[in-house]
Design a protein around this ligand. Structure first.
Ligand code: ADP
Ligand code: MG
Length: 395
């Protein structure tokens, strides 16, 4: 790793300003899944256990630069307090001011933890504002970034702040993400395949193109496949399709040749529901007057993917193969996930919904690495530099 990590610094007695990704799902004021908090516990425990004075910075939701009572971090601070078994003071610099925030940070004892209120309440955060970065920098003697999920954003608390607090180092989660996504994908054991699904091809084009140069085979499923089918001149009924991506899809198919594996059959439904009437069509036999929509890959495709997955040694998976949120159209996603685990290959999953699918079907624990960063993991694989990583101090 070219950047310094928490391993490289002595935190004892120091104020450690630490950016984390605690953007957890909430149901009312209850956290329905605290895995984002759990993922940063190795870093937090390390800092607290070694006598650091921890000041956490996090965002929650999209308050768009305004204070919003629904987006306060109160439940998050409470949950962290339970996990740590000690009080976590939630400090609101937007109400009490930065002088008070600095005073609070200086009043911490070794091993104490405080958390700042939702940093996106500040209109400068998402703009990478210098003043906000300087205000944050007053709270820390060192800076740790463990928020891989926000590392593709050049925000004040993820990137700009690192100019003003040095050293700026990676936390353990950040380090782990960069290790798996970087090293494992740069030098994969072959055959190396990628399986890409999800709804919108426009959000995945960069990654498809980048992966093409690295993988032995590129398997496509999910909603994005229909843009390829339309580009091939097949009827697709009411399936999801991005017409402005058709030319790009044609170019990608020409460039990829045999490397690209598109579905050969898909499951069409007369409505977006578990009670829908369904027909499985070979992709080139959908009637031109079809009023149905394709919502999952079909059995022939599942079987072809199985053969390919079982002989692979490294697999990157992003994006469900169908609308797995509906039981009736979950078959492709569930089966492909199982094959990935059964293959024994090194497996890396990126993307919010794909990770959710792995948890839903109970094989998340058997995946080698599930990335916590949807957008960040895709941008990293595309070969784009992540501002939150760039800003860290070189080793
Ligand atoms: P990830 O979060 O894993 O990167 P995406 O956000 O790209 O995945 O896409 C996930 C969504 O794609 C899922 O919610 C799923 O319902 C949807 N999807 C998959 N296949 C289809 C399809 N055939 N038609 C419409 N939506 C689909
Ligand atoms: Mg998603």
């Amino acid at each position: 790793m070219a950047k310094m990590t928490v391993r490289d610094i002595d935190v004892r007695g120091k104020r450690v300003l630490c950016r984390v990704d605690f953007n957890v799902p909430l149901e009312g004021s209850r956290i329905s899944d605290d895995s984002r908090i759990q993922e940063s516990m190795p870093t937090i425990n390390h800092i607290v256990g070694n006598g650091g004075r921890l000041i956490l910075v996090a965002h929650f939701g999209r308050p768009k630069g305004k204070v919003s009572d629904e987006m306060r971090l109160t439940p998050v601070a409470a949950r962290l307090g339970e996990i740590l078994g000690k009080a976590v003071r939630l400090f609101d610099p937007f109400a009490e001011g930065w002088d008070q925030a600095e005073a609070a940070s200086r009043a911490l004892a070794d091993g104490d933890v405080m958390m700042l209120e939702n940093i996106r309440f500040h209109p400068g955060e998402e703009k990478g504002d210098e003043d906000l970065a300087r205000s944050l920098a007053r709270l820390g003697d060192v800076y740790v970034n463990d928020a891989f999920g926000a590392a593709h954003r050049a925000h004040s608390s993820t990137a700009t702040v690192a100019k003003h607090v040095q050293p700026a180092v990676a936390g353990f989660l950040m380090e782990k993400e960069l290790k798996f996504l970087g090293e494992a994908l740069a030098n994969p054991e072959r055959p190396f395949i990628a399986i890409i699904g999800g709804s919108k091809i426009s959000t995945k084009f960069g990654v498809l193109d980048a992966l093409l140069g690295k993988v032995d085979r590129l398997l496509i499923g999910g909603g994005m496949a229909y843009t390829f089918f339309k580009a091939k001149g097949f009827a697709i009924g009411k399936s999801i399709c991005e017409d402005d991506q058709i030319e790009a899809a044609k170019a990608l198919m020409a460039k990829a040749g045999d490397k690209l594996m598109l579905p050969v059959d898909t499951v069409y439904a007369d409505e977006f529901s578990d009670d829908a009437k369904v027909i499985t069509y070979p992709v080139d036999e959908v009637p031109s007057n079809c009023e149905m929509q394709g919502l999952d890959i079909g059995p022939e495709t599942i079987s072809l993917m199985e053969d390919c997955i079982m002989t692979s040694k490294t697999i990157f998976w992003n994006g469900p193969l169908g609308v797995f949120e509906l039981e009736r159209f979950a078959e492709g996603t569930e089966q492909v996930g199982r094959f990935i685990v059964e293959s024994g290959a090194t497996s890396i999953v990126g993307g919010g919904e794909s990770a959710a699918a792995c948890r839903k079907y109970g094989f998340a624990g058997e995946i080698t690495h599930i990335s916590t960063g949807g957008g960040a993991s895709l941008e990293f694989i595309e070969g784009r530099s992540l501002p939150g990583v760039e800003a860290l101090t070189d080793k």
